[in-house]
Design a protein around this ligand. Structure first.
Ligand code: ADP
Ligand code: MG
Length: 399
């Protein structure tokens, strides 16, 4: 995949209708936005378009309405917040590609901004239906993709529309692609990847591709126990994907054959059960990885493992990290995640963190400003790091 894509600065936008795909999939509670981070992050691109006199047509998905008109997933709340942040009106369309949206798009003046309704109100969106893509394209002259978090999906508003319009990236996508693209195309070595978290089935699949690229692969968090089981250890009640045990065995063989160092936990913090509430009190003990007692659940990496992982991260020149090392939401189970975050913060390496919870952990623990790049896309950053082609980026014009 070519990582050198044209951006909004490489195309004339003045007087043009610009359809800009943003990530306005913000968390809400009872109709109120609980974090406007994603809206704030979109401002530089929108402000550039406004100040360069484009007619700006924004679009995004929110949640998973699955083609149904669910009022609680309307983007109206986003239009309101965005207009406060921009200091100008954001015209809200009543539909996505209907009469109202088209009339409002046609009436836009230079420098005005409008927002279409939730793209996933349309059944065709997630099917990348060419009819919907054409309808979206019919409202604009240029397509800008600034939604990195959705770039791994081939949907009408993320990729399909680029079949009918000149397509470039916004600042958010440009930053993601240039930093991660550079780190991957020709990584400074040693190149270390650290995987953890709880979405084990998704993430285990990444390993096959990562083994082609990295010098060291570190596995912690909930993912590690399937590997430990593949080594023949009993893992008590820990997270486990039994269907992936053979796969993990294959990956250990592959790592060996490729000369990739595969680091697994050598000790683990266990408790009687998962804490409830998640940040409530929990009694823990640390045991060797090959001596986990029956009936206990592994919830963090142990002290020896922390030192082992931190050492590998510190000696790296490029580190990518996705997924916490333990149940970091609980202070008693956060030490593993803290150790890794701290090692990244103290390392001189190019450090890249992807994944919602890993990014949250870095921020919560106060390490965020010492990380080279915290990606806004969980799934997208993982696919990117695997070297897969992301449809929302591949569709953009090369420089
Ligand atoms: P990310 O959002 O960074 O991609 P995931 O969503 O895959 O990461 O996983 C994050 C979650 O994994 C956290 O809520 C954390 O509590 C959980 N987790 C980490 N280690 C374990 C473990 N050993 N057992 C159960 N859950 C874990
Ligand atoms: Mg997560």
């Amino acid at each position: 995949m070519n990582y050198n894509k044209k951006s909004i600065e490489d195309i004339e936008v003045a007087g043009k209708r610009v359809l800009c795909r943003c990530d306005f999939n913000v968390p809400t509670k009872a109709g109120v936005i609980t974090s406007d981070k994603r809206i704030v992050a979109a401002l530089p691109t929108i402000q550039y378009l406004v100040s360069h006199k484009a007619k700006v047509i924004l679009c995004s998905h929110m949640g998973k309405p699955k083609g149904e008109w669910k009022p609680e997933l309307s983007l109206k709340v986003v239009a309101k917040r965005l207009s406060e942040l921009l200091g100008q009106e954001v015209i809200m369309a009543d539909d996505v590609v209907g009469e109202d949206a088209k009339a409002k798009a046609a009436a836009l003046q230079d420098g005005q901004v409008m927002l279409l309704e939730n793209t996933r109100y349309m059944k065709g969106e997630t099917k990348n239906d060419p009819e919907l893509s054409k309808e979206l394209a019919s409202m604009a002259d240029i397509f800008v993709n600034d939604a990195f978090g959705s770039a791994h999906r081939a949907h009408s508003s993320t990729a399909g529309v680029a079949d009918y319009l000149p397509a470039v990236c916004g600042y958010l996508v440009e930053k993601e692609v240039s930093i991660m693209g550079k780190a991957l195309a020709n990584p400074e070595r040693p190149f270390v990847a650290i995987l953890g978290g709880a979405k084990i089935s998704d993430k285990l699949n990444v390993i096959n591709n990562l083994l082609e690229k990295v010098d060291t692969l570190i596995i912690g968090g909930g993912m590690a126990y399937t590997f430990l089981a593949a080594k023949g250890y009993s893992v008590g009640n820990s997270l486990l994907d039994e269907s992936k045990i053979d796969y993990c065995k294959d990956m250990m063989v592959k790592a060996e054959a490729k000369g990739v160092k595969l680091l697994l936990p050598i000790d683990t913090v266990v408790a009687d059960s998962f804490p409830s509430p998640i940040d409530g009190p929990v009694d823990v003990q640390t045991v060797a990885a090959d001596a986990m007692p029956e009936g206990k659940e592994g919830l963090d990496i142990g002290e020896k493992t922390r030192a082992l992982f931190a050492e590998a991260a510190k000696n790296a020149k490029t580190v990518v990290w996705n997924g916490p090392m333990g149940v970091f939401e609980n202070p008693t189970l956060a030490a593993g995640t803290i150790a890794v975050a701290q090692a990244l913060a103290e390392s001189d390496a190019i450090t890249i963190v992807g994944g919602g919870d890993s990014a949250a952990a870095c921020e919560q623990l106060g390490f965020a400003d010492k990380i080279t790049h915290i990606s806004t896309g969980g799934g997208a950053s993982l696919e990117f790091l695997e070297g897969l082609e992301l449809p929302g980026i591949a569709c953009l014009q090369d420089k």
